[in-house]
Design a protein around this ligand. Structure first.
Ligand SMILES: O=P(O)(O)OC[C@H]1O[C@H](OP(=O)(O)OP(=O)(O)O)[C@H](O)[C@@H]1O
Ligand code: HPA
Ligand SMILES: [Mg+2]
Length: 168
């Protein structure tokens, strides 16, 4: 496995940071649904990266109906030519997406969200992080990073020893 950065910069996100940023996203989405009192009918996580933020948001907003859509668009840091849907959520829950919050960890090129948006045009799309190329695909996000930044999530990292600056 190649663990060098093909991107200019790395943005390393801790568990604490993703928890705080996902909470901030939940609070921004609170009472913004089309239901009575701005309620959301359900939350759909885009697997796998969207599952951790979706769980935190479902807890904050007290949404108990949670489903998943499985989309694969990257193999390690290499983007496949097309995003493919491996598993769709319950069609009875989804309809055209009205009242459904679709959550992902980030939008990069926007290819993943483009595929899901076509399936559920009335859903609300939210990500924790966004890069400029995909920004238009997302309705609500918390933090933007530059296109040449690779975001490293805590589930892809481990604590490691580093040599002191003046070490030999
Ligand atoms: O905007 P895009 O260019 O489509 O990229 C964003 C998507 O890529 C990553 O998922 P990935 O396909 O790597 O799968 P994973 O969530 O299972 O790691 C990330 O979690 C987003 O879902
Ligand atoms: O910056 C990123 N980090 C992690 N996964 C990703 N999938 C697309 N872009 C990214
Ligand atoms: Mg993903």
């Amino acid at each position: 496995m190649n663990d060098r950065l093909p991107h200019e910069k790395g943005f390393h996100v801790s568990w604490d940071q993703i928890h705080r940023d996902s909470r901030a996203l939940a609070w921004r989405l609170d009472k913004r649904g089309p239901g009575e009192g701005g309620e959301w009918r359900g939350i759909v996580a885009i697997t796998r990266g969207g599952m951790a933020p979706a769980m935190i948001i479902a807890r904050e907003l007290d949404v108990r109906t949670v489903d998943t859509i499985s989309v694969k668009s990257y193999d390690w840091q290499k983007q496949a030519s097309e995003a493919t849907v491996l598993k769709a959520p319950d069609p009875k829950l989804m309809g055209d997406g009205t009242g459904i919050l679709v959550i992902d960890d980030l939008v990069d090129s926007g290819k993943t969200l483009e595929v899901v948006r076509k399936m559920y045009p009335k859903a609300h799309f939210a990500t924790v992080y966004a890069k400029p190329h995909g920004r238009e695909m997302v309705d609500t996000y918390i933090t933007e990073v530059s296109q040449d930044t690779w975001i490293f999530f805590p589930w892809d990292m481990a604590l490691q020893y580093v040599r002191p600056f003046r070490g030999d």
